[in-house]
Design a protein around this ligand. Structure first.
Ligand SMILES: Nc1ncnc2c1ncn2[C@@H]1O[C@H](COP(=O)(O)OP(=O)(O)OP(=O)(O)O)[C@@H](O)[C@H]1O
Length: 346
């Protein structure tokens, strides 16, 4: 079956009053933010890298570069390209007169946990939206499993990989219950019976540590719970399908606004739903890789292995998380120390 696009409603749809008494399937018709296109086999079939090894798992892929546009390998190292799930090539984006992205280049490989950091307003969320197909680049291209994305989320030519975007705000429908929010994609786009969807919702809520909240409204949840509900919504999938495509999840500031302990819970959940290819219930996970935009040090340390530093529209540094604080790159040093002196001007 061809599913259009994702579970996660865009911010403009959040809180839209849905007063009709019709069942959920017929009540809602909105765009989604998960690309779930026609199933073909994706060539990206590398074994996921060993999450348990944490920072050391990707040590061989260190880059601390001052020249933008030449990332991905250590000097002279020929690297296998078959595990690249997402590639941004020379991506440019302006809003009106304002140029935000000026040639962004990076690759996300199968099994990677990548963080995107950088000063506010530098285009981190914009690049996630471009990867998710919510925005089109003005110039350059996004390749999904080696195939160029030509259009936006409804692009049927991209296949074999689902891309989910989890919004900073959690972006739950205020007028739907937790069950309806989490099962949204399945109620709308699958042929699964409603009781099976409800079971799956309960399972996925349990996977993010939530029990007995299915009937609650979003307004009855704390900020951390909302983020966990959004996480459950992003990992649920129709397990009756013969072929389940792997998924890359894009998290936009998943821990923003949370207290340190709630942040730790979310950071560990982000890891655990991907860890060793299994979810928290021990079932095979389908999250191939994930990308996290964040400003929080704890999230950088706990939830990602490799970092991309975006500044003035380009990736100006990339390296392993543990290199971030020891990098000699002046931009990184200033950002890591929070100093007002340095190349970053506010
Ligand atoms: N749809 C839009 N229309 C006009 N301007 C936009 C749009 N989306 C983003 N911008 C502008 O583009 C710039 C980059 O926004 P973006 O949200 O990508 O930055 P960011 O790096 O994620 O910032 P922060 O760290 O503060 O969340 C900002 O100046 C923002 O106002």
């Amino acid at each position: 079956m061809i599913l259009p696009v994702s579970t996660v409603p865009p911010p403009s749809d959040v809180g839209r009053p849905l007063s009709s008494p019709l069942p959920l399937r017929s009540r809602i018709s909105v765009p989604f933010l998960r690309s779930t296109n026609k199933i073909q086999s994706c060539t990206c079939s590398m074994t996921p890298q060993n999450w348990a090894n944490g920072l050391s798992a990707l040590d061989s892929n260190i880059n601390d570069q001052s020249m933008p546009g030449n990332f991905g390998n250590s000097a002279g190292e020929a690297k296998d390209e078959s595990d690249i799930l997402i590639e941004c090539r020379d991506v440019h984006k302006s809003f009106g007169e304002k140029t935000i992205l000026r040639g962004v280049n990076f690759k996300i490989r199968h099994g990677e946990a990548v963080g995107i950091i950088g000063p506010s307003g530098t285009g981190k969320s914009t690049i996630l939206k471009i990867i998710a197909g919510l925005l089109a680049p003005d110039k350059g291209e996004v390749l999904i499993c080696g195939k160029r994305r030509h259009g936006l989320v409804s692009d049927e030519e991209i296949s074999g990989l689902r891309i989910g975007l989890v919004f900073q705000s959690a972006a739950l429908f205020d007028s739907l219950t937790v069950r309806e929010n989490v099962g949204f994609l399945l109620y709308e786009n699958s042929r699964m019976p409603e009781d099976k969807i409800a079971e799956l919702v309960t399972e996925n809520l349990a996977a993010v540590g939530l029990k007995g909240v299915e009937g609650r409204m979003p307004s009855e949840l704390s900020g951390g719970m909302k983020k966990r509900v959004a996480l459950a919504r992003s990992i649920i999938f129709d397990n009756t399908k013969e072929v389940i495509e792997p998924e890359v999840l894009l998290y936009d500031e998943p821990t923003a606004g949370l207290d340190p302990i709630a942040s730790t819970v979310v950071e560990d959940l982000i890891r655990s739903v991907h860890l060793k290819g299994e979810d928290a219930l021990g079932k095979p996970g389908k999250i191939a890789s994930y990308v996290v935009v964040t400003h929080q040090h704890s999230t950088i340390k706990r939830a990602v292995d490799r970092l991309l530093f975006l500044h003035e529209g380009k990736v100006v540094w990339e390296g392993m998380t543990h290199e971030f604080t020891t990098s000699e790159n002046p931009i990184v040093r200033q950002f890591a120390s929070g100093s007002l002196d340095g190349p970053i001007r506010y």
